[in-house]
Write a protein that binds this ligand. Structure first.
Ligand SMILES: [Zn+2]
Length: 366
């Protein structure tokens, strides 16, 4: 085990410009790579590729090349010439360590993955963990100081890769005066944009004045930090499924020509009335009807992890109620912004959507 205390300048942003003649955008104060991508109908991955960006950091006045409309098939750009190849960052896998703490992390991640950092050693329980790569990203409470969760000789910290992010996740573990950083490469999902072209009667729900209260309620749920309550693997929310009708992380537009949004959950088509089951033990923190999510249940499982069940036809639980894995919460329906009976399931880590598939049949995502 090698002790490494790394310096600050570990990620260098390379601000090379793309081909002349393409559409471009000049960065203004307050812009993030994600917001620029979203407002221009593209993705962070595409902007990163086109501009050969080495990080998500932007500078005011920086000119970004946007995907052209007349370029046909653009030649594939070489892999971003970013800092990782030459920086002193530890390899993107296990082995990061400092005195009394060994850190294990996934080899690689995909956009929207939930994941787990695993700490062991005599000082693991006293360590603090942060994800400094979240600074400047469109993410709730970036770089929060996290205390690992003790579990039988091992300590865990759940992480999340936000949708739209393809730059490496950087983690930082500190204990006493010692500090180690590591990084994990991230790949995109490369899903083509799905154009839903929903009827105006459905999308009118996006203008419903009750939406502000809906968003406030879910943001309050995302901000909760309670102790982990589950001790068994997560299980599916439907007893049987007929596949998915819209996958996690799918980029989509709701109206023709409208802005691109990511799909923060997974849609499981099922007949109205199909039982909706808790994916694990927890406390119901929201059970009510909202304009977009319809009849919604949110369960706090602790450790910053919540699961969300949208569009139900009816609800059988109340806020404040403790539930166990597999317990019936309600029934599948098509309430809220929904075009047919299905369950939309989300699993969020500290407010950010993670791929539900990564949790199923596991105690923690990898
Ligand atoms: Zn959905």
């Amino acid at each position: 085990m090698t002790r490494r205390v790394l310096g600050r300048a570990f990620l260098v942003s390379l601000l090379l410009l793309g081909a002349a003649g393409a559409a471009s955008y000049t960065v203004k104060a307050g812009d993030t790579l994600y917001s620029v991508a979203r407002t221009n109908g593209t993705t962070v991955a595409e902007l990163t590729r086109l501009n050969r960006l080495g990080s998500t950091a932007l500078e005011v006045g920086q000119v970004l090349t946007l995907p052209g409309t007349s370029s046909g098939s653009a030649p594939a750009a070489p892999a971003p010439a970013s800092a990782p190849a030459t920086s002193p960052i530890l390899p993107a896998t296990t082995g990061a360590s400092l005195p009394g703490v060994a850190v294990r992390a996934p080899f690689s991640l995909r956009m929207g993955d939930g994941f787990t950092l695993r700490l062991s050693g005599v000082r693991a329980g006293q360590a603090s963990v942060r994800f400094p790569s979240e600074v400047g990203e469109d993410v709730r409470r970036p770089n929060e100081v996290l205390k690992p969760i003790g579990a039988a000789g091992e300590y865990l910290v759940p992480g999340r890769v936000v949708l739209g992010k393809t730059t490496p996740v950087v983690y930082e573990v500190s204990v006493g005066g010692d500090l180690v950083r590591g990084q994990i490469p991230v790949t995109g999902l490369d899903q083509p944009i799905q154009h839903l072209n929903l009827p105006v009667s459905v999308t009118n729900k996006l203008q419903d004045p009750a939406r502000a209260a809906e968003e406030a309620a879910v943001e309050k749920a995302y901000a909760r930090r309670t102790p982990q309550v589950w001790s068994r693997p997560f299980s599916p929310a439907l007893a049987s499924t007929r596949g998915t009708s819209s996958g996690f992380g799918q980029p989509r537009t709701y109206l023709a020509g409208g802005p691109v949004a990511y799909h923060y959950g997974t849609d499981y088509p099922a007949p109205t009335g199909t039982p909706v089951l808790a994916v694990n033990d927890g406390t119901v923190i929201i059970a009510g009807k909202y304009p977009v999510r319809g009849n919604l249940v949110v369960i706090d499982h602790g450790a910053g992890v919540v699961s969300m069940y949208f569009h139900q036809s009816r609800l059988l639980v109340k806020a404040g109620q403790k539930v166990v894995r597999g317990q019936k919460l309600g029934e599948v329906g098509t309430t809220g912004l929904s075009a047919g009976p299905h369950l939309h399931l989300e699993v969020r880590v500290r407010g950010e959507a993670t791929n539900p598939a990564g949790w199923m049949n596991r105690l923690w995502p990898r």
